[in-house]
Structure formats: structure tokens, C-alpha cells
Design a protein around this ligand. Structure first.
Ligand code: FPP
Ligand code: MG
Length: 266
């Protein structure tokens, strides 16, 4: 992963500078919130976007950095909410805000990050992009609600995928579509790429031991519960295949190899 990140380290640093702007001076909770946003994170959505744009020979503008800062803020906001619904007391192996401050402050902190994201998106003065992200947040929320009411029930693979396509894929597809649109490259292709990558990412995340344990405690059925390991790996391969088909249209370069390596990690 570090080698892939090195390909776009300058761009990732610019993104971090944008995210550092969250105020640290209110009280300890703001410090913890700011540390959470700036903490150990793979920035997968931004990494994918940077690699995709650079593989298409696109220069990264300040507008792209802004929309990816908004993307990361929305993602982090959703995690603060998700930990409450999942009754999960750690994230990335460390105590989370829910455990330290309780559900009320975890949810309000998520709302705060979401408002910062909306502020950034609003300042881009691009209604098309603002709508893309609002629609993504709506779909994410709907899917989380659907997942909540599916707990301890027999979930079909279709329903599982429907939830994944709602809770994870939309943010990947929104940032890819928006970044492609701002860069003048085919935004439909970028959107589809982001969408399929998001599904693959979530299926893979669900196979992670810590995440699986949490899902089990919450009565949430994931691909492995429904299909077993073999068929889940085959399902992931289908998405990898879709992604590699899209990549064929991009000429070979180190950024495209970075995307291929990123997919191999999933
Ligand atoms: C992690 O899933 C959570 C998501 C992919 C989306 C969560 C979305 C919401 C809470 C609704 C939208 C809210 C806002 C503020 C945008 P997971 O529990 O499978 O992953 P994990 O193992 O990392 O917790
Ligand atoms: Mg969770």
C-alpha cells in the first residue's frame, strides 16, 4: 500500500493540509475529532481518485483537492455514525469517539464533519457536484437504515449487494464522477469505475476479521455468511474483472499500475 501511496504522495499531502484546517482550539473533544480525521487512514477514496486522474494524464487542481477533502469528511462523518449503530467501541484498532464521549457526541461530531463537507462543496459553486454528493449521502443513509432493519434476518445475496451498493459504493462513485467532470474526462466511466471499486472494497472489508466479528455481534449477514468463502472470492473476482475491463481504455503508465496493485490488495 505504501508503494502505491508514494505515486501520489504530493497530492495526498495537499489533501492532508486541507484536512488540518479543522479547528483544534475549542476543547479536548475537538482535538480528538481533529485527530480522528487526520489520524491513521488509508484515504482510499482519494488515493483511487488521484491515481485515476493521473493515469489519465490530468493535473490535480485545488478544486479536486477540495472535493476530496469533502469526500474524506463525509466518509469520516459516516464512520462516527456507523460506530454508534454498530455499537462498536474501537476503530482502526483504537478507542473511538463513541466509546470516549458516548453516542450523542459521536453523532453530533459526525454532523459537524458533514457540515464542513457541505460548506466545502457549496463553495465550489457547482450545483451538479453538490447534488452528486447529497445524493450519495442520501443513499448511504437509506442503506444503513435498510441494514439496521435486516439484522438477525435471512439476507439474500441480492439484498446484501443492494445494501453494499447503497452504503459504500455511492461515495466512491460520487468523488470519481465529480473529479472526472471537473477534469474534462469521461465522468460516466469514472462513476462506474468508482461504483464497482466501492462494492469490491466493501465485500473485502466485510471479510476482515475485526469487521466480521462486529457484524456477527450485530446480526449483520455479509457475503461469506450467505455464500461461503469460495463463492465470495468468485464474486470479488467478478468485480475485479469489471474494473480491469474499464482500465483497458487507459494507456499503460505507473498510475494505472498503481490502481491495478490497489485492486490486487482487495
Ligand atoms: C461502514 O460500514 C459504514 C459505511 C460504509 C457507511 C455508513 C453510512 C451512514 C452511517 C449513513 C450516512 C451518514 C453520514 C453522516 C454521511 P461497516 O460497518 O461495514 O464498516 P466498518 O467495519 O469499517 O465499521
Ligand atoms: Mg461498522
Amino acid at each position: 500500500m505504501d508503494k502505491i501511496r508514494d505515486l501520489v504522495s504530493e497530492e495526498l499531502n495537499l489533501l492532508e493540509q486541507e484536512l488540518v484546517k479543522i479547528k483544534k482550539n475549542h476543547n479536548t473533544m475537538f482535538d480528538d475529532l481533529s485527530n480522528f480525521v487526520q489520524g491513521k487512514s488509508k484515504r482510499v477514496r482519494s488515493l483511487l481518485c488521484f491515481l485515476y486522474l493521473k493515469s489519465n494524464n490530468i493535473d490535480i487542481t485545488s478544486e479536486i483537492i477540495s472535493l476530496l477533502a469533502a469526500t474524506e469528511l463525509i466518509h469520516n462523518a459516516s464512520l462516527l455514525h456507523d460506530d454508534v449503530t454498530d455499537d462498536s467501541h474501537t476503530r482502526r484498532g483504537v478507542q473511538n469517539l463513541f466509546d470516549k464521549y458516548g453516542s450523542k457526541l459521536s453523532v453530533i461530531s459526525g454532523d459537524y464533519l458533514l457540515s464542513l463537507a457541505v460548506e466545502i462543496l457549496f463553495n465550489l459553486k457547482n450545483q451538479y457536484i453538490l447534488n452528486l454528493f447529497l445524493s450519495a449521502v442520501k443513499k448511504m443513509s437509506e442503506a444503513e437504515i435498510k441494514q439496521f432493519f435486516s439484522r438477525n434476518t435471512n439476507v439474500s445475496v441480492e439484498k446484501y449487494l443492494c445494501i453494499v451498493k447503497g452504503k459504500t459504493a455511492p461515495l466512491f462513485s460520487a468523488c470519481m464522477e465529480a473529479a472526472a467532470n471537473l477534469s474534462g474526462i469521461n465522468s460516466d466511466v469514472a462513476k462506474t469505475f468508482g461504483f464497482n471499486f466501492g462494492i469490491l472494497f466493501q465485500i473485502n472489508n466485510d471479510m476482515d476479521t475485526l469487521s466480521a466479528e462486529n457484524d456477527k455481534n450485530n446480526g449483520i449477514k455479509t457475503a461469506v455468511d450467505i455464500l461461503g468463502i469460495e463463492k465470495t472470492l468468485a464474486l470479488k473476482d467478478n468485480y475485479k474483472e469489471e474494473l480491469s475491463k474499464i482500465l483497458i481504455s487507459i494507456p499503460d503508465n505507473k498510475y494505472k499500475t498503481g490502481i491495478e496493485d490497489l485492486i490486487k490488495l482487495l
